[in-house]
Design a protein around this ligand. Structure first.
Ligand code: NAP
Length: 265
């Protein structure tokens, strides 16, 4: 799909890069030659991924960071630049997700998700900007969800925050293209991770699998390498004319009309 080591010489900062999908991005980008700085609140979530990248011959750095705190986010970009010499790619992946009906969601629950997802993505983008502008090159990729432009019960906080990040992405695309900085987003469907199964999918794994096989035309969950390769494409030279876009990757879930039983055809 890609020429080998397409990210040779590039530095990628990935929030939430030690677990779940963030870890998949970190491993794939490192495999493609990027030096990777991964950031989240808990160092123990970061160290195994840094170690795995090192074992595979890559270079990675763990920077414990709370994306809700602008000073910590500034320090994250500085740490990446000090260690690796630039900040070329930013993946806004950190999130706090839990299902809650709108009427039961507390102000704190709302604030906390909006703070991590919307404020955190903006703080990271603005902190990466000076490095990207100085080198006239930057790629910002934000991880949304299909419900950011649709609707899914129990996700009002996350949906609103991610829709905000989608709007931010379009605005950054038009404001920062002149500096060689592009902003795009991915809206994933269902990709099993510990975080997602603990907080989002109700019922047993068997029940979840049954629901997926009914609602997703592909008949299965997404696979981490499928998502990581899309992220790599959007941050690569192959996507140099793609800017301000959100690409959905969901096995056809978004277009499947719920009242249409495609399995009976
Ligand atoms: P996950 O494993 O729970 O990852 C969330 C990450 O965010 C963790 O590494 C967590 O690390 C970090 N984080 C949380 N609060 C933070 C904060 N304040 N500052 C810095 N880092 C913070 O979830 P995932 O399933 O991999 O999801 C990754 C992304 O994909 C999220 O944006 C999610 O909304 C999106 N997504 C996932 C799916 C799916 O099916 N998995 C579907 C659609 C969208 P710490 O606890 O160490 O801070």
């Amino acid at each position: 799909m890609f020429r080998d080591r397409i990210f040779e010489g590039r530095v990628a900062v990935i929030t939430g890069g030690g677990t779940g999908l963030g870890r998949a991005f970190a491993l794939r980008f490192a495999e493609l030659g990027a030096r990777v700085a991964i950031a989240s609140r808990n160092a123990e979530h970061l160290e195994p991924t840094v170690a795995d990248i090192g074992t595979a011959g890559g270079q990675a750095l763990a920077v414990p960071t709370d994306v809700r705190v602008p000073e910590q986010v500034d320090a994250l970009m500085k740490a990446a630049n000090d260690a690796f010499g630039s900040v070329d790619i930013l993946i806004n992946n950190a999130a706090g997700n839990f299902l809650c009906p709108a009427e039961k969601l507390s102000p704190n629950g709302w604030r906390s998700v909006v703070d991590i997802v919307l404020n955190g993505s903006f703080f990271c983008s603005r902190a990466a900007f000076p490095y990207m502008r100085a080198q006239k090159y930057g790629r910002i990729l934000s991880i949304l969800a299909t419900y950011a432009s649709g609707a899914s019960p129990g996700t009002i906080h996350s949906a609103a925050a991610k829709a905000g990040v989608q709007a931010m992405t379009r605005t950054l695309a038009v404001e920062w293209a002149r500096y060689g900085i592009h902003a795009n987003a991915i809206a994933p469907g269902s990709f099993p991770t510990e975080g997602a199964s603990a907080r989002l999918w109700l019922g047993t794994p068997e029940e979840a699998a049954k629901r997926i096989s009914k609602s997703v035309p592909a008949g299965r969950h997404g696979r981490h390498p499928e998502l990581a390769n899309l992220a790599a494409y959007l941050c690569s030279e192959y996507a140099d004319y793609v800017n301000g876009e959100t690409v959905t990757i969901d096995g056809g879930f978004t277009w499947n009309h719920p009242s249409f039983d495609w399995q009976s055809l």
